[in-house]
Design a protein around this ligand. Structure first.
Ligand SMILES: [Zn+2]
Length: 317
């Protein structure tokens, strides 16, 4: 019989977010632990285990009441749970689930997943994708992340790099180098940083008046979206370009995996329905073959998608 509680841990570059859930999906408690990255991040998992033991004691829960602990990490996770590197954590060669299990005295099942895939699971379980089990979650933040779920299972690929849609090449002739070393990736045009760069280029190439000029080099992706919503021509041009490339990538994914839903999250998605409508417009234009198009919706869990999804990881046994 399934136990009543589970824990989701989302390891980020600055903080580790932790959540205690009931196995039917309600968040009971959440807390954070600072991410200690010194000495190649060797304190991160022990800190998490210590905080968790303290929380269990405080809430009068025994470890035997936990179905498991799931952990999401910011890097590729191989199918056997091995994490070769996590640049943001300083990690080199870890088995996060196995190590956490040992730190919890071997008394509880632990599972590990990549953060983008785990966020997708979270949105599927209790967020914008609830009720669907074929979806792609897109995170538009400083980068562009992706998590693909087919028939309720994460498609992580042989090397854990499955659904890395941020690094699909969309634009020839790009001179700047992407974080991955490539040129012309989706991330370079549709992430928060990408949107700002695109806006700066449009401003530089034109003498047209634009409200975006008032922000100088402090211009943010939110400013660009706000100006676009207010009808500023250069901002509209910028956002259209970014969402056109996103629509193109979603159309490509539809031709390969045919999900029923796209869930759009991350900081940029706070611009809301405006972005969804634009993306939808291009997506539909690029999928003439589909007579039933996938839906495109906003994510609803915000920064909690990671803890929800990590907790969900241990319920898929
Ligand atoms: Zn790239």
């Amino acid at each position: 019989m399934m136990k009543q509680y589970c824990v989701g841990i989302d390891v980020g570059g600055t903080t580790v977010k932790c959540g205690l859930f009931t196995t039917d999906g309600s968040l009971k408690d959440k807390w954070e632990v600072p991410t200690r990255k010194e000495e190649e991040g060797r304190f991160i998992l022990p800190d998490v285990a210590e905080a968790l033991k303290k929380k269990l004691a405080e809430t009068n829960l025994s470890i035997d009441e936990l179905e498991g602990i799931g952990i999401g990490v910011p890097g590729p996770v191989e199918p056997d749970g091995y994490v070769h590197t996590c640049v943001n954590l300083g990690w080199k060669g870890h088995w996060p689930a196995k190590e956490l299990c040992e730190l919890m005295d071997g008394k509880v099942h632990c599972a590990v997943g990549n953060d983008a895939n785990v966020a997708a699971l979270g949105e599927m379980w209790q967020g914008g994708g609830k009720g669907h089990d074929n979806l792609l979650m897109v995170t538009l933040g400083t980068g562009v992340g992706g998590g693909l779920i087919l028939d309720g299972h994460v498609v992580a690929g042989v090397h854990g790099a499955g659904a890395e849609i941020g690094h699909i090449h969309v634009r020839d002739g790009e001179q700047e180098t992407c974080n991955c070393g490539g040129h012309g990736c989706l991330e370079q045009v549709a992430s928060a940083t990408g949107i700002v760069r695109e806006a700066m280029r449009n401003l530089k190439a034109s003498s047209e008046a634009s409200a975006m000029r008032e922000f100088g080099d402090q211009l943010s992706a939110k400013d660009v979206c706000d100006c676009a919503k207010a009808g500023d021509a250069l901002a509209v041009k910028t956002i259209r370009t970014s969402m056109r490339y996103l629509g193109l990538v979603l159309a490509t994914v539809s031709m390969i995996a045919d999900p029923e839903l796209y869930v759009i999250g991350g900081g940029v998605s706070r611009a809301g329905q405006y972005l969804i409508d634009l993306t939808k417009q291009y997506y539909e234009e690029y999928t003439p073959l589909l007579n039933k198009k996938a839906e495109i919706v906003l994510a609803t869990l915000g920064n909690d998608a990671g803890i929800y999804g990590s907790a969900r990881l241990v319920l898929t046994r």
